[in-house]
Structures are given as C-alpha cells and as structure tokens.
Design a protein around this ligand. Structure first.
Ligand code: BGC
Length: 347
C-alpha cells in the first residue's frame, strides 16, 4: 500500500491504473465490493435513489460481466454511527465507499479515513465543502446543483403567473405573498433552493413578500403541522408555498385538504424531487410543479464511478467530472404539461 503523501503529489495519468491497484483496488477481481452509507434510509428521495442504485448495479453486472456487491447501510441520522459504518467498510477492504454524509461539515474525517486505507470515496446528495473534497484526489461528489433547482422552482411560479396572473396573485395587489418550507438547516439544498427560487422571481421584476418560513427537516408530517399553523394565522393570504422538497410540499397539501381547501382554492404549491407520490399529486392537480432531482442519473454516475475506480480505470473515461471531482446531473421542470414523460410506464 502506498503512503498517504504519495497521492497528494503529482499523479501522472499514465500511472493511474497502477496506483489504484496498488492502493487496494482489485482490478482483476470478478467481484466489485461497494459500501454505501446512507444518512437516513427512510428519507423518501434517498429511498428512491437507493432503489435506482440497486437497479443500476444489476444492469452494470450484465454490461461488465462482473458481480457487484452493494452493501447499503443506514446511519439513521447519526454521524457517529455513520463513521463506525465507514470504519467497517474500510476494515473489510471494500473497493470503493459511497457516503451520503449525515453532517456535511464532517466530511474531512471520512476523507482522511478513506485516504488512510487507500479506498476511493464517492459522496452523493449531501455535498461536502470544496476544501474538504480537495483533501484527497480520490474523493468525489455526485449530485445536482442546488441553485439550479431553486431557479427552476422560481421559473415555475413565474411562468404560471405570466400565463394567468389572477391564479397566483389572488388578491390582485401586484405582490406574491408566500411561505417557505425549508429542509434541514445547513444542507446545501435548503440554503440555495430557498435563495434562488425567490431571487429568480425578484430578478424578473416580481414583488415578493415573505409571510413566514420554517424548517420541516425534509419531512411530510412536520410540514403539515407548519402549514396548519400558517393557515390558522394567515388564512387565505398565502398565495404560494415554496417547499424545498416534495415531501414537505405534500405535507402542506395535506394541511390544505384537511382545512377543506381543494386543488383550485389552495395556494400554488411547488416542490423539488419528482418523487412518485409527488407525481401523483401533480396528476391530481394539488401540486402545481416540481423539479426532477434525477435520482436515476445520479445512481448511474455513482455506479459508473465506483466500477471504474474498482477496476483501476480512469473514471473520466466514463463519467464527466468537473475539476476531476464533481459529477453533476441536471434538474428538469415537471408540470402537468410534461408529466406523462415522468410517470412510470404501465406494466
Ligand atoms: C432532496 C430531499 C432529501 C435531501 C436529503 C435533497 O436533495 O431534495 O428530498 O430529503 O436531499 O439529503
């Protein structure tokens, strides 16, 4: 095994396969062993992404003619538990580890552990700060750009308002009164989706008035409670509900339905993810727009990166990596107009 320092020195591309074999990768093995540490398996988006990972692994096995052993573990929201899971993966000599980190400020610890063991680490969905990712050449990130989801969400409201102003600005005062349901504090998607959704509208000249905001930690139940409280306090003055993800958008819709509102009378609710229950709500007309968070594309990039690294190949031959480290997938707006493209095919 190479000493830590050697990785950080100049690494000519020519020697990459050699180095990966040397740092514990089994390029000639017919089984690729990947450890996947989730922050919280119960999270709706993460469970959808996990299903895509499993499906993609089956497909890659066929394509590459190798066995892919995916060991998926749940950190249940504890960074301490996740660190132990990572230690176990490294002790068991996994080829690559994939980390959906619980606390994104704790990435340095995991990167240092992986570097010590010479095992590449692929972070996904919860983005470490760049400084941490730069600690080691073999630390990567797969995800979607958080600001882009916010911009698309803002545009969903902008387009709907332009098409039919009265449907959004219900009191006709020329100002959009809104509430913001935020995800987990400190998550890149919470910070940037919140900022860029509103910024997109104000940059287009729309006057915005925030009536209230609160975190519901990405979850439907807490979002429903927040919305119930807002409906009590603010009544029908809420024109738009921005939710940082679909589960919280669905929680807001639950509260509206329980308060006796219908699709036509409830505020204009937008989310992010395009999870299966959100697509159903879009079909029913209660959710007005969402943003595809491309879990299938992210799963494909994660698997492609892992397989290339485990086989001692240059990952850039299979995945486009910005700065040699970041694999980005694009978001797509989903509304009732293009919904059919995203619904699962009939069996
Ligand atoms: C998704 C959320 C999810 C969160 C978990 C976000 O990208 O939009 O639905 O809860 O990631 O980290």
């Amino acid at each position: 095994m190479l000493s830590k320092g050697k990785y950080t020195r100049i690494l000519p591309l020519l020697f990459l396969p050699l180095l990966l074999v040397a740092c514990g990768q089994k390029a000639d093995s017919d089984t690729i062993r990947i450890g996947v540490a989730l922050y919280l398996q119960d999270d709706t988006f993460i469970s959808t992404l996990t299903q895509s990972l499993q499906q993609t692994a089956l497909e890659e096995e066929q394509t590459l003619g190798v066995k892919i052993n995916l060991n998926i573990v749940d950190g249940r929201g504890s960074q301490t538990a996740q660190n132990e899971q990572v230690d176990q993966f490294l002790d068991r000599d996994y080829d690559v580890i994939c980390v959906n980190i619980v606390d994104r400020t704790a990435a340095a610890v995991i990167i240092d552990k992986a570097q010590g063991a010479g095992v590449p680490v692929v972070f996904f969905n919860r983005e470490p700060v760049e400084e941490d990712l730069n600690r080691w050449k073999y630390a990567y990130y797969v995800g979607t750009r958080a600001s882009e989801a916010g911009q698309i969400q803002g545009n969903l409201v902008l387009d709907a308002g332009r098409a039919d102003p009265a449907a959004i600005d219900r009191n006709g005062d020329g100002v959009l009164q809104y509430v913001m349901l935020e995800g987990e504090p400190g998550h890149q998607d919470t910070l940037l989706r919140t900022e860029h959704s509103i910024r997109t509208l104000t940059a287009a000249g729309v006057a915005m008035e925030k009536l209230s905001n609160n975190s519901a930690n990405w979850q439907r139940g807490p979002a429903k409670l927040r919305m119930q409280q807002w409906l009590d306090e603010l009544g029908n003055s809420i024109e738009v509900v921005f939710a940082n993800n679909d589960d919280m958008a669905l929680g807001a819709i639950d509260a509206c339905l329980e308060a006796g509102l219908e699709a036509e009378t409830m505020p204009f609710v937008v989310g992010v993810d395009a999870t299966p229950p959100a697509l159903k709500a879009l079909e029913e007309g209660t959710l007005r727009g969402t943003v595809l968070n491309d879990e299938a594309g992210q799963a494909a990039d994660i698997l492609a990166l892992c397989c290339a690294l485990a086989r001692g190949e240059d990952p850039q031959n299979t995945v486009t990596l910005e700065g040699g480290k970041y694999a980005w997938r694009e978001h797509t707006a989903v509304t009732e107009e293009n919904l059919a493209e995203f619904l699962p095919a009939e069996p």
